[in-house]
Design a protein around this ligand. Structure first.
Ligand SMILES: NC(=O)C1=CN([C@@H]2O[C@H](COP(=O)(O)OP(=O)(O)OC[C@H]3O[C@@H](n4cnc5c(N)ncnc54)[C@H](OP(=O)(O)O)[C@@H]3O)[C@@H](O)[C@H]2O)C=CC1
Ligand SMILES: Cc1cn([C@H]2C[C@H](O)[C@@H](COP(=O)(O)OP(=O)(O)O[C@H]3O[C@@H](C)C(=O)[C@@H](O)[C@H]3O)O2)c(=O)[nH]c1=O
Length: 313
């Protein structure tokens, strides 16, 4: 193609992680093809009509990764050197209620992309989840054995296995409860939910028997970018560093913002009806990412300030 080489292709570019990945990779000067369903919903890009040689360094393309023709159209044209597969059906309860759809998007979609990546000789980076574990014995390291307890978790684990067996140069980045504010669109996160509720004087029930290491989305995007730069292969756990329950997360938000913590009511997960089971105790040991990628996440308190736009990087 051109002297700048073949592009990096991202799926799920309209999603929370996708938006941050696009930002981080553009800032690094990468040649990028961001893909999503339908129009670009976060960063204006001209509809590009020239040849790949004439393309600007950032292009958005409509690509449904469950549709072989749509994948072929985009992948054959751009022939990326790397595919970062961040797109997925991510809502745990709708996955539980419609397992076929979940499987089609998360497993078959990954399989189709793997075939397309093979055809053009692209590296493959797959974004996965703590929900591949059963949550009996977190925090987890990369070689602990997955045992998902939800349809969503099972679908991501099935997709991981396809990636591992693909014969491609691959990496899997598992992450946990990703929070942050999208550049465009609205999306609730535990921090803004707590702030808005407490500011309005509303009581909220918050789970105190699930443990996570919640991940600031900007850290995750930078961790993935480091993994690309360093051409790493294999499984990496990339998450925040604080081991917290959702109750702890809302309490920290209340304290940092000087809001009334008495409005936070501790509850057990069993008091919620949720179709999809959540693993009680996940969390990641991130030593490998620290050592090999130089990954160093912000504290949850810093993440709160970043999410609410009260500080900048
Ligand atoms: N959010 C979290 O807490 C965690 C997320 N992850 C993983 O991280 C990744 C990114 O998650 P996140 O950014 O938060 O998720 P989002 O739900 O914000 O983004 C997912 C994106 O995937 C897109 N998508 C879904 N189906 C298709 C399809 N058939 N074709 C093209 N695009 C599609 C969605 O499109 P549309 O916008 O049109 O619906 C959406 O923009 C996912 O793989 C997820 O499993 C892992 C652990 C925790
Ligand atoms: C709605 C609600 C949630 N919670 C808690 C439960 C839960 O641990 C946390 C977030 O709730 P959710 O149901 O949105 O999150 P959940 O679907 O459990 O989030 C998951 O998303 C997928 C995509 C992943 O891959 C996981 O890493 C994971 O974090 O907040 C409460 O305590 N009270 C509430 O009223």
């Amino acid at each position: 193609m051109t002297e700048r080489g073949r592009p990096i292709l991202i799926t799920g570019a309209n999603g929370l992680l996708g938006q941050y990945l696009v930002k981080v990779l553009i800032e690094e000067g990468q040649f990028l093809v961001a893909t999503g369903r339908g129009v670009c919903r976060f960063l204006h890009a001209e509809v590009f009509k020239g040849t790949p040689q004439q393309a600007p360094s950032y292009i958005y393309a409509d690509m449904d990764f469950t549709d072989p023709a749509s994948i072929r159209h985009v992948m054959d044209y751009w022939k990326p050197s790397v595919v970062i597969h961040a797109g997925a059906m991510t809502q745990v309860d709708p996955c539980e209620e419609d397992p076929l759809k979940c499987y089609q998007v998360n497993v078959e979609g990954t399989d189709l992309l793997l075939d397309a990546a093979k055809a053009v000789g692209a590296r493959f980076v797959f974004v996965s989840t703590d929900f591949v574990f059963d949550g009996a014995a977190g925090p987890y390291k990369e070689d602990d054995t997955p045992a998902p307890i939800s349809v969503y978790g099972q679908s991501k684990w099935e997709a991981e296995k396809l990636v591992m067996r693909s014969g491609l140069d691959w990496a899997i980045v598992r992450t946990i409860l990703v929070y942050g504010t999208p550049f465009s669109g609205t999306r609730a996160n535990i921090i803004s939910w707590a702030r808005d509720s407490l500011q309005a004087g509303r009581t909220i029930k918050v789970v105190s028997d699930q443990w996570r290491t919640p991940t600031y989305v900007g850290d995750l995007a930078e961790g993935i970018s480091a993994l690309l730069r360093l051409q790493k292969q294999g499984v990496y756990h990339i998450s925040g560093r604080d081991f917290l329950t959702p109750y702890d997360m809302t309490l920290r938000t209340a304290r940092l913002l000087g809001l009334d913590e008495a409005l936070l009511v501790k509850v057990d997960a069993s008091t919620f009806f949720q179709p999809g089971r959540r693993p009680p105790r996940t969390g990641f040991i991130i030593d490998k990412a620290r050592r090999e990628l130089g990954f160093e996440p912000v504290s949850f308190d810093e993440g709160i300030l970043l999410t609410l736009g009260l500080t900048e990087r």
